[in-house]
Design a protein around this ligand. Structure first.
Ligand code: 0O3
Ligand code: SF4
Length: 406
């Protein structure tokens, strides 16, 4: 029962019922985050009836905040920590406007990759392995793992002949060869727009060019693309890196980019390349994909009006990190959050207009949770600012839905 579960810790709930009826506790995610940062043990309930058990309900002027902090049997120290957390949120409660940047969240390549894993789980009787995170998002990976997918770092963790999905970021030919040698049942989740960059790398190398790949050292997409022509490819991140380049033939240089870079920063690197190699050859279409570009354009349209920008995305998501950096470059404080739980109260002090977006690997539901959590601190007016509408959809590979042949 309640008192046993709560001894020593806090109890959180989305809903409270008392003699007067039921109250929704929209700010519960915010308080949960504060208590986690303070190391307070918590138990959670979908609903709490305050008429049962010996619970203390904090009283706060803000609807929703007071109702999330209940505890029974907690030590004086825990009670004090909970009290302080509640007061921190109370002190930043006010009416706010949320400017929702659109497009935001899942892109077509991410939706396709996730659906590939879902179909494989549905159609395969045997275990489904996924090499690397299918996309760089903690929520997505945890959710698929819960539904049965086994995530591994490398193919040596996959049994011979087993089913393995390659992540949306693509793999090098060496990984494909290894999978073939091990007779793995491969389902390729590589985004078609990443695959396009791989094709360009092969074509440019075949015509004898030195390929300058603009991208981030150690990123999986970069490792995959470089693997197409490792002898001919050099990686650069900044204009300074370009100055140090010494290709075999300066008249035969072409460039490619990672798909998820900052458009403005990449422009500077390309300008440095053009300066140094006037005969520079470029990809036929931009390698920074439509989704990356649109999310940057959409956020740019709300940054100046915002006191604070929140970007939903995981720390290893390149395109999400680029959105935070863009906001900071434009002078607006910005934070990357995996979910509403990561929001810290002092970020909100003085912030009445919040720009909200999500990287291409972040699920829309997490954005809705952020809006809902902010609504627990006072009335929120949501304005969606749409710079373009995305209609792109990628079909699934046939292998995703095929039953495995015996
Ligand atoms: O490349 P990035 O770290 O941004 O990857 P995410 O976060 O998984 O987003 C999807 C992009 C992708 C799969 C490659 O373009
Ligand atoms: Fe594909 Fe672009 Fe999405 Fe990457 S961000 S998965 S390249 S659509």
């Amino acid at each position: 029962m309640m008192s046993a579960e709560t001894s020593g810790g806090a109890v959180l709930s989305r809903e409270l019922r008392d003699a007067d009826g039921t109250v929704r506790c929209d700010a519960v995610e915010l308080l949960r985050g504060s208590l986690r940062r303070r190391g307070i043990p918590m138990v959670e309930h979908d609903r709490i009836d305050t008429r049962t058990g010996s619970l203390t309900v904090y009283s706060s002027p803000v609807k929703g905040v007071d109702d999330v902090a209940l505890f029974a049997g907690a030590s004086a120290e825990v009670r004090e920590q909970v009290r302080q957390s509640v007061m921190e949120w109370t002190s930043v409660s006010r009416a706010r406007t949320v400017l929702l940047a659109s497009p935001r969240a899942f892109c077509a390549g991410v939706e396709r990759a996730i659906e590939i894993v879902e179909r494989a789980l549905e159609h395969r009787d045997n275990p489904v392995y996924v090499r690397k995170q299918i996309v760089h998002n903690t929520y997505v990976v945890d959710d698929l793992a819960r539904r049965g997918a086994t995530f591994v770092e490398e193919l040596d963790e996959v049994p011979d002949g087993a089913t393995v999905v390659f992540s949306a970021h693509g793999v090098s030919p060496a990984v494909r060869r290894e999978a073939a040698r091990r007779k793995l049942d491969v389902i390729d989740g590589t985004c078609p727009l990443v695959a396009k960059v791989h094709s360009e790398a092969k074509r440019f190398a075949a015509r004898g060019d030195t390929i300058v790949l603009i991208g981030h050292h150690g990123h999986e997409e970069v490792e995959g693309t470089m693997g197409e022509a490792p002898e001919s490819t050099v990686l650069v991140e900044t204009p300074e890196d370009v100055h140090a380049l010494e290709p075999a033939d300066a008249s035969r240089v072409s460039y490619l980019t990672q798909t998820t870079l900052a458009v403005d920063e990449t422009r500077d690197v390309v300008a440095a390349l053009r300066d140094k190699f006037p005969q520079l050859r470029e990809p036929p279409t931009d390698d920074i994909c439509y989704a990356t570009t649109n999310r940057q354009d959409a956020l740019r349209a709300v940054i100046e009006e915002s006191d604070l920008v929140l970007v939903v995305g995981s720390a290893n998501s390149s395109n999400s990190v680029r959105l935070v950096e863009m906001s900071l470059r434009m002078g607006t404080p910005a934070h990357l959050i995996d979910s509403a739980m990561d929001i810290e109260p002092h970020w909100l002090a003085g912030a009445t207009t919040i720009g909200l977006t999500a990287g291409a690997s972040a699920p829309p539901v997490l954005v809705r949770q952020v809006v809902s959590a902010l609504g627990g601190l006072g009335p929120v007016t949501v304005e969606e600012r749409t710079v373009t509408r995305e209609t792109i959809h990628f079909g699934l590979p046939a292998a995703a839905s095929r039953r495995r042949s015996p």
